[in-house]
Write a protein of this length. Sequence first.
Length: 273
Amino acid sequence: MTEILASPSDARDHARAMAGRVVEAMPVLPPVADDLPPGVAAADLLWEETVAAGGYATRRLPRGARLRLIDPAGDACASILLFNADMPTERLNVADTVKVQWNAYLGEGKLLLSDMGRVLMSISEDGAGTHDTFCGTSNAATNAAKYGSGANSGPYPNGRDRFLLGVAKHGLQRRDVHPCINLFKGAKIEADGAITPLVGPFPAGRSVLLRAEMEVIMVIANCPHVLDPRDAYTVTPLRATAWRGPVTSEDDPIRNATPEGLRAFLNVEDYYR
């Protein structure tokens, strides 16, 4: 029940009393993490946040940054949008990500490609193995049909409207919400063309490490997978940790793994020349 305060002074005092309060899902400012990989200095930490179940987060990441996403309880669904931070009309193209790599199933070594043939991010490590390039995210209508509500202000927020809140923080709008990928929740295409959702719950603590190959804007919506067969609105918090890192070198194995991937990296290097 919402507390009713008697006066603006009471409201001010109440608000100030909240200073220093820590809750499960929130950004840590300044960012602090006690489990950075060996060799990563605390001063290089850029972002530490736990994204609420049904919540969203967004951040601008520099070229070379590493982003570690962790599913602490085994039921997070990280739906992701990506943009070239300097020219947001360039953004993640899921169709090109699939067809250029001759593979619709993401994993370690795979690239997330833009609509201009450049690598926005690469997957450096994958401890999850269940990701989805097919289904996109939920919207108000799908959530209303399944859970009885789908509005941002209600108990069952949807992925698309969470994306709208995220992109708005970068001056973007509805037309900029493009098809997404889903990390930690998968989808398998069967021989007859049917889609089998792979939504868990999974073991707690699975993680994915992404590397920013360009300066990017990332928007994350943590809402149930649109094909989750469970009747209840089921999703758990997601942890995001990012730190500065070196730009990908010419001898990097992911860069040189395939001719198609190498060309996408060369396009990035030409862009920053």
